[in-house]
Design a binder for this molecule. Structure first.
Ligand SMILES: [Zn+2]
Ligand SMILES: [Zn+2]
Length: 308
């Protein structure tokens, strides 16, 4: 599984940074991509990757500011001609999303050749995808804005075939039968399958935020605790913590300070303002090395599995 950044910019696009869009690439595991936000020109960004629009089956919109949704109508329309015909798509986002999409499609006389279901989310809602539980966490951005916390299902441990061989059970379909049951019998003796299964493989946790003032409440920090990947904005990179707060955004050093005790594995900083130069970004990156990474467009971050 990996996290791909298609747009790392804030507000206005620049030559190097598109406005916000991300993909959780779980094609290897589950044969699908999960798209989060749809900044303008999203579909152009996708053309430069191996991402197949037809394999995007769930889209999560963090909030309805233009820099997070203006790429959506174009993407939805083009998906129909890029192998998406007949393949259902679910679109999750704040209240107002359905009206905006329906109005845009009605006035532009656009139609889709696949089922599109729009689900407007509520604070603290839980959404079940095929292989993930998704928690919806409300943020503070002046309009409804959410973080989505994706928790992959735990996976049963591997069958310890060496132990079975020691008992004299040779490899074959019987191994599958043993793994599927609670007990198995060999030479008249009953064994507990759990004694032959390795440690549970814990599902990964990926917490992706919309634009927000930094939240330091215990309830919120507990929700994102132990994330394999935390994705958070830092529209301000220059210690202007108060200004960030006034504009309903976050400042990078404040983010690092608040997150230092939540035990994350990787922290990716996104929503980078076009007012910062490459030199500014280089300097800030050096100062946070080892604690967080500042995203750029097309950045790919592997999210390895946890083995307890
Ligand atoms: Zn934004
Ligand atoms: Zn915003």
């Amino acid at each position: 599984m990996k996290f791909t950044v298609l747009g790392s910019g804030a507000g206005l696009p620049s030559k190097d940074r598109n406005t916000q869009s991300f993909v959780i690439d779980c094609v290897l595991e589950y044969n699908e991509y999960i798209l989060i936000d749809a900044g303008e020109a999203l579909q152009h960004r996708i053309l430069h990757t191996h991402i197949k629009p037809s394999k995007i089956k769930n889209i999560f919109i963090t909030h309805l500011h233009g820099d997070h949704i203006f790429g959506l109508p174009g993407f939805l329309s083009s998906r129909a001609f890029q192998g998406g015909e007949g393949i259902p798509l679910k679109l999750y986002g704040p209240k107002g999303l359905a009206e905006w999409i329906e109005t845009t499609f009605r006035i532009s006389e656009s139609t889709l050749n696949y089922p599109l279901e729009i689900i407007e989310v509520e604070p603290d809602m839980n959404i079940r995808l095929n292989n993930f539980d998704v928690r919806v966490i409300p943020l503070s951005h002046g309009i409804d804005s959410y973080a989505y916390i994706f928790k992959e299902d735990d996976k049963i441990g591997e069958l310890q075939t060496d132990k079975l061989r020691e008992l004299g059970i040779r490899p074959g379909p019987v191994y599958g039968e043993i793994k599927a049951g609670e007990t198995f019998t060999h030479e008249g003796k009953v064994y507990q399958t759990s004694d032959f299964i390795g440690e549970t493989i814990e599902g990964r946790k990926i917490s992706v935020h919309g634009d927000t003032r930094l939240n330091s409440s215990t309830v919120y920090l507990d929700a994102i605790r132990d994330s394999d990947l935390l994705v958070h904005e830092a529209t301000f990179l220059n210690n202007e913590k108060e200004k960030a707060h006034d504009y309903f955004h976050s400042e990078i050093n404040h983010v690092l300070d608040v997150f230092k005790d939540v035990n994350y594995k990787q922290l990716l900083i996104v929503h980078i303002s076009s007012r910062y130069t490459d030199e500014d970004i280089k300097q800030v990156s050096a100062s946070i090395e080892g604690r967080a990474v500042i995203a750029c467009d097309y950045f790919e971050l592997p999210i390895p599995r946890n083995v307890k």
